[in-house]
Design a binder for this molecule. Structure first.
Ligand code: NAD
Length: 545
C-alpha cells in the first residue's frame, strides 16, 4: 500500500453570485423556485442512511405565504431518537478509523456540490422555507456553508500537524481521537449554514452525530442531508431526526454514550440543557463537551466624528436584513447628539425605500418573520411600546399576518437607555435608539457594557482615533465580534471567526480551528528508543574519597 503525507486544497471563500437581472444564475434560481413551489415535498427523517416515515406529518409553508404548502415532514418520537443514537454508535468504529483524507474528501465534495449543482436547490429551499431574500440566502446557504466545510477540512489538517517536541532518544506524538460516544447537533432556524456546520464539524473529526434541526428549517435541512449522502457520507454517521427539542433532550441527555452537544439557539435553551447535563453527569462515560452559541443584544455606537451616512447604512442593513433575525443583528444603537439629525435623515430615507414581500420577487428587501410565535411575540412588543408616551416610534410599527408574518422595520427612539427594548433580545425587525450628548461618549461606553447580559457583536463608528481606541478598550468584554466602522453582522468564515461570551455562549468560534479542537480528545504517545535498564540515578552513587 502506498503511504503518503497528503495536503488538502487551500480553502478559498466562495464568492456570492449577484443574481442581477440578465445573469444565468438568476434565471436558474427563478426556475428552481417555481419548480419547488409546484410540488409538495415529502420529507422523511434519515436514520442509518434509511428514510424513515412515521405518517405523522406536519405541513410546511413559507412564512411569507401561509396558504401555500411546500411539503410535509414526518414527525418522530423518542423511539426515533434512540434509533438514531443506535445507528450512530453502530457506524462509529468504521468512521472513526477511516483515514482522515477519506473523511475530508466527503466534506470537500459536499462543498463543491453546494456551490455547484445544488446551488439553486439549497437557495430555493432557504428562500421559501425560511423567507430569506436571494442575497441573504446566497451568503448563508451557499457561501457560508461551503466555507465552513472547506475551512474546517484545512483546520483539521492543521490540528493533526500540531505535534509536540521530541528528542534523539524519544519520539513524542499526538493523536486526535474522536470523542467516545456520539455528538448531538441541535441547530436553529435562522442559518442554513449553521444547520450544516453543527453536525459536520464534529463528524469531520471522526465523530458520529444525531442531528435535530429547528422545525422551521427542516425544508432546507433535508437538502444538506441529501448533499452529504451524495458526497459519500457513510450510513449512520449523521442521523437526521425531526422531533420536539425536549423529546430529543430526554433521550440524548440520559444516554451513557452522550459525548457532546454542538448547539446554536437561544440562551434560555442552552441554560436548560447545561443544567440537565450537570444533573446527569454520573450517567456519562466522559465529561460531555458543551459548545453553545446563543443570543445577543448587539449594539452600534456612533461617535460625533462618525460619518452619518455610514452609520445610517450600518443601521438599515445591520438591524433589518433578514428581518433582524440574526444573532448578530444591531438591535440597540447609541448615537451622538450632534450627528443624530443627519443619521436619522439618511436612515429613514433608506428604510422608506425598502420593499417588502415574498423573496420570490428579487426586488424585495424585507420578507416575513419565521413563524406565528415570533410574530406574536414581536407584535406584542410593538403594541406595548405604542402605549408608552415617553417612547417614540419613528419608523414602522405596523404588521399584518393575513398573507404571511410581515412586520414593518420598526425604529424606536427612547430617552431611557434601560428601556426594555434596549436590554432584551427581541430577534426581529425592531431597532431601539438612544441619543447621548457628545461629551458623554465614555460614559455611554460604560452604559453599553453593563446594559445587557450578552456579549456577542457590536460596532463603533468614529473617525477620531482616540474614540476608536477608547471604545475598543472599554467594550473589550461586550462583544466577541467587534467591528470598527462596519455593521455588526455578516461575519465571513476564515476572516471573522464568530462567537460571543457572557450569556452569548461558550465562544468556541464557529468556522475556526478553536471549534474543531472541541470535537477531539488528544492522546499523547511517548516512545523511548533507549529505555534505562537500572533504576539508579547518578546522585545515588557514593562520594569519591
Ligand atoms: P431556539 O432556542 O428556539 O431553538 C434552537 C434549537 O433548540 C431548535 O432545534 C429547537 O427545536 C431546540 N430546542 C428548543 N427548546 C428545546 C429544549 N427545551 N430542549 C432541547 N432542544 C430545544 O432558537 P431559534 O429560534 O431556532 O434560533 C434563534 C436563537 O438562536 C436566537 O436567540 C439567536 O440569537 C440564536 N443564534 C445564535 C447564534 C450564534 O452564533 N451565537 C447564531 C444563530 C442563532
Amino acid at each position: 500500500m502506498q503511504q503518503r503525507l497528503y495536503s488538502v486544497p487551500e480553502a478559498v471563500n466562495e464568492v456570492p453570485a449577484t443574481y442581477a437581472p440578465g445573469t444565468p444564475e438568476r434565471e436558474e434560481l427563478k426556475k428552481e423556485i417555481e419548480r419547488a413551489r409546484s410540488v409538495e415535498a415529502d420529507i422523511p427523517m434519515i436514520i442509518g442512511g434509511k428514510e424513515i416515515r412515521t405518517g405523522n406529518t406536519v405541513r410546511i409553508h413559507p412564512p411569507h405565504d401561509l396558504s401555500h404548502t411546500l411539503g410535509h415532514y414526518h414527525r418522530g418520537e423518542a423511539e426515533h431518537v434512540t434509533m438514531a443514537i443506535d445507528a450512530a454508535l453502530q457506524a462509529r468504529q468504521s468512521w472513526a478509523s477511516l483515514p482522515w483524507r477519506e473523511r475530508a474528501a466527503v466534506f470537500l465534495k459536499a462543498a463543491t456540490l453546494i456551490s455547484g449543482p445544488y446551488r439553486s436547490k439549497i437557495n430555493a429551499a432557504t428562500m421559501l422555507g425560511q423567507s430569506k431574500t436571494v442575497y441573504q440566502s446566497e451568503i448563508d446557504a451557499v457561501c457560508e456553508l461551503a466555507d465552513f466545510l472547506r475551512y474546517n477540512v484545512q483546520y483539521m489538517t492543521e490540528i493533526f500537524m500540531h505535534q509536540p517536541k521530541s528528542s534523539p532518544d524519544a519520539w513524542n506524538r499526538m493523536e486526535q481521537r474522536p470523542l467516545e460516544g456520539f455528538v448531538f447537533a441541535l441547530s436553529p432556524f435562522n442559518f442554513t449554514a449553521i444547520a450544516g456546520n453543527l453536525p459536520t464539524a464534529p463528524a469531520m473529526m471522526g465523530n458520529v452525530v444525531v442531528w435535530k434541526p429547528a422545525n422551521t428549517q427542516i425544508y432546507a435541512a433535508r437538502i444538506i442531508m441529501e448533499v452529504l449522502l451524495e458526497a459519500g457520507l457513510p450510513e449512520g454517521v449523521i442521523n437526521l431526526v425531526f422531533v420536539g427539542g425536549p423529546v430529543a433532550g430526554d433521550v440524548v441527555f440520559s444516554h451513557r454514550e452522550f459525548a457532546g452537544i454542538h448547539y446554536t439557539g437561544s440562551t434560555e435553551v442552552l441554560g436548560t440543557i447545561w443544567k440537565t447535563i450537570g444533573d446527569n453527569l454520573q450517567v456519562y462515560r466522559s465529561y460531555p463537551r458543551i459548545v453553545g452559541e446563543t443570543g445577543g443584544k448587539d449594539f452600534i455606537i456612533a461617535h460625533a466624528s462618525a460619518r452619518p451616512a455610514q452609520v445610517a447604512t450600518a443601521l438599515s442593513r445591520g438591524a433589518f436584513e433578514y428581518q433582524g433575525q440574526k444573532c448578530s443583528a444591531a438591535s440597540r444603537a447609541y448615537i451622538s447628539r450632534s450627528i443624530w439629525e443627519e443619521v436619522k435623515k439618511h436612515m429613514l430615507g433608506q428604510i422608506g425605500t425598502f420593499r417588502t414581500g415574498g423573496p420570490e420577487d428579487f426586488g424585495n428587501f424585507i420578507t416575513a418573520v419565521i413563524d406565528k410565535p415570533a410574530f406574536d411575540k414581536l407584535t406584542r412588543v410593538i403594541d406595548k411600546v405604542k402605549k408608552n408616551d415617553e417612547v417614540e416610534i419613528i419608523a414602522g410599527g405596523n404588521y399584518d399576518s393575513s398573507k404571511g408574518y410581515f412586520i414593518e422595520p420598526t425604529v424606536i427612539l427612547t430617552s431611557d437607555p434601560c428601556y426594555f427594548t434596549m436590554i432584551h433580545e427581541l430577534f426581529g425587525p425592531i431597532l431601539s435608539i438612544y441619543i447621548f450628548e457628545d461629551n458623554q461618549f465614555e460614559e455611554t461606553l460604560d452604559l453599553i457594557d453593563r446594559t445587557s447580559v450578552y456579549g456577542l457583536t457590536g460596532a463603533v463608528f468614529a473617525k477620531e482615533r482616540n474614540a476608536i481606541n477608547l471604545a475598543s478598550k472599554k467594550l473589550i468584554n461586550a462583544a466577541g465580534n467587534f467591528y470598527i466602522n462596519d455593521k455588526p453582522t455578516g461575519s465571513v468564515v476564515g476572516h471573522q471567526p464568530f462567537g460571543g461570551s457572557r450569556a452569548s455562549g461558550t465562544n468556541d468560534k464557529a468556522g475556526s480551528i478553536l471549534n474543531l479542537y472541541r470535537w477531539v480528545s488528544p492522546r499523547t504517545i511517548k516512545e523511548s528508543f533507549l529505555p534505562p535498564e537500572d533504576y539508579r540515578y547518578p546522585h545515588l552513587d557514593d562520594d569519591h574519597t
